[in-house]
Design a protein around this ligand. Sequence first.
Ligand code: DAH
Length: 359
Amino acid sequence: MSVLHNLDRIEQEALLDITQKQTLEELDQVRVALIGKKGSLTQILRSMNTLTVEERPKVGKRANEVQRTIEGALAEKKEELAAKELEQRISQSALDITLPGRRQAHGARHVISQIVREIESIFIGLGYTVETGPYVETEYYNFTSLNAPQDHPSRSPRDTFYIEDLTESCDEKSAFSAHLVSDVLLRTQTSPVQMRVMEAQEPPIYMLSPGRVFRPDTPDANHLPQFTQIEGLVVDKGITFADLKGTLDHMTRALFGQDRKTRYRPHFFPFTEPSCEVDVSCGVCGGNGCRFCNHTGWLEILGAGMVDPNVLAYAKIDADVYSGFAFGIGAERVAALRYNLPDLRLLTTGDMRFLKQFS
Ligand code: DAH
């Protein structure tokens, strides 16, 4: 009987087909082709009424058998494939402890922060305190109280970033009258911290103040519009230029090495009198003169001087009782001299190939 034959064939092919399927999606296609609305087995079950009375029970019985077998095989395979797919998903998303881990990069201090800390620790060792001041300063602290005359070139907007501060003030005529004041600026030096500390503390003062300063310079090999200074100030009874020299010699040797010589050159700063610039002997040529030191044998590292009595007067400190010295060092300059940097801009680019050398 051809229908029974057909059923045998459908059963055989279906069982083979089902075992070979790899995904739930493929398996479902097999199910539709067999027992879906238009499936091959469904069609046989539907055409029962075309059979003779003798055929019907035999075919019906067999067709039910085949249907149950196929459904059983489908269910079994479905379970197997579902488990496999879950397994796969877990193994793809879960932590695979057999993989080598991704290395976590260690942070390190920037070379400028390292130098600032190093200078801090030299002076903390001498009993100095570490002070801070605001980046946004007033003209009074940045210039006037530091004895800078009104026409000093550093006050020009070409050398100082001014901040236009729209201050609302009241007067009798109008409740609100806004007017511009331009005595607010980004500090061009850490020296204003001298005045803030002298106002806040009684001598003896032995302080260091590192921090950022700002100047409208176009960045080039030797200039950055934002850089780092370290200010020092001593005010005490009987402080002389010998104290300044002894202290700064100690610092330069601690920073650059015991074999380095120093040289004190007369200079001018409004807030110190006398003033000097301090050079350290060139480490590349040992002081004989080379390209690095412009064939002078010396490298300039800082400005310093005895605190001008006018500055002490602004701070209401009696210059007949107290005297002091001050100095200012550029941290980027120390880095350049120490590491032979050809271009200060390297310090701000964030290029890890450069920065990693100092970590
Ligand atoms: N403020 C000076 C500058 O930015 C550096 C300096 C020079 C600071 C002499 C001092 C000093 O305290 O005494 O060029």
